[in-house]
Design a protein around this ligand. Structure first.
Ligand SMILES: N[C@@H](CCC(=O)N[C@@H](CS)C(=O)NCC(=O)O)C(=O)O
Length: 208
């Protein structure tokens, strides 16, 4: 059976959720991150999650590739859209935006300023700039969600599964992110989904 490597609360939550949304026959294995002895280093040379190892040993990484791959295991799932459709490109557009603008350009310097400078004295400045960047990235999403329930096509898609996890990370930041009411509403709808709750429970992030 294929194995999806995840770490509790990490960005691998999006792929983990989709495994539950689609009831895919995939085993989920939790690994530690940023420790040299973690088994993830033998799986993914970057030492990162999510990573999906197929039965023949093929390794798939990157949420922006994994989420479409998982959805494609169930043809016609409403989580994605037909090949060649504008909706499919819109969903992929949001996956790219979330991976690049929200995760890599904003959350990473906020959480890991040491990757941008070895000089600890400048870390508060890196974090402050990253917070501004993050706010701008989410303002764009909040505006897009005005008058819409979900990001694309009036139904929950891969893009919302991925956005929900980043919106969840915002909870610990408080103001001014709490002003983004449309993002907050989407996060609540996301958190109410049984597949999201199942994934959160497995990762030890939701108690009964
Ligand atoms: N662009 C990758 C980012 C993956 C990533 O940065 N994962 C983090 C967890 S959120 C990780 O494994 N970090 C461990 C490390 O970088 O050492 C994706 O979207 O899949």
């Amino acid at each position: 059976m294929p194995t999806l490597y995840i770490s509790p609360g990490a960005c691998s939550l999006a792929s983990h959720i989709v495994v539950h949304e689609l009831a895919l026959p995939i085993q989920v294995e939790q690994v530690a991150l940023r420790t040299p002895d973690s088994p993830i280093h033998a799986i993914n040379p970057l030492g990162r999650v999510p990573a999906l190892q197929l039965d023949d040993g093929t390794l798939l990484t990157e949420n922006s590739a994994l989420l479409p791959y998982l959805a494609d295991q169930v043809p016609d799932t409403p989580l994605f859209a037909p090949v060649g459709s504008a909706e499919r490109a819109q969903i992929q557009g949001w996956l790219g935006y979330l991976a690049a603008e929200v995760h890599t350009a904003s959350f990473r310097p906020l959480n890991r300023p040491e990757r941008y400078s070895a000089d600890e004295a400048v870390h508060p400045g890196i974090r402050a700039q990253a917070l501004q960047q993050l706010y701008k990235a989410f303002e764009h999403i909040d505006r897009h969600l005005q008058g819409r329930q979900w990001l694309v096509g009036e139904r929950y898609t891969l893009a919302d599964a991925y956005l929900g996890l980043f919106a969840n990370w915002l909870l610990r930041l408080g103001a001014p992110f709490d002003q983004l009411t449309h993002v907050a509403r989407l996060r609540e709808q996301w958190a109410a989904r049984p597949a999201v709750q199942q994934a959160l429970r497995t990762e030890g992030l939701l108690k009964d």
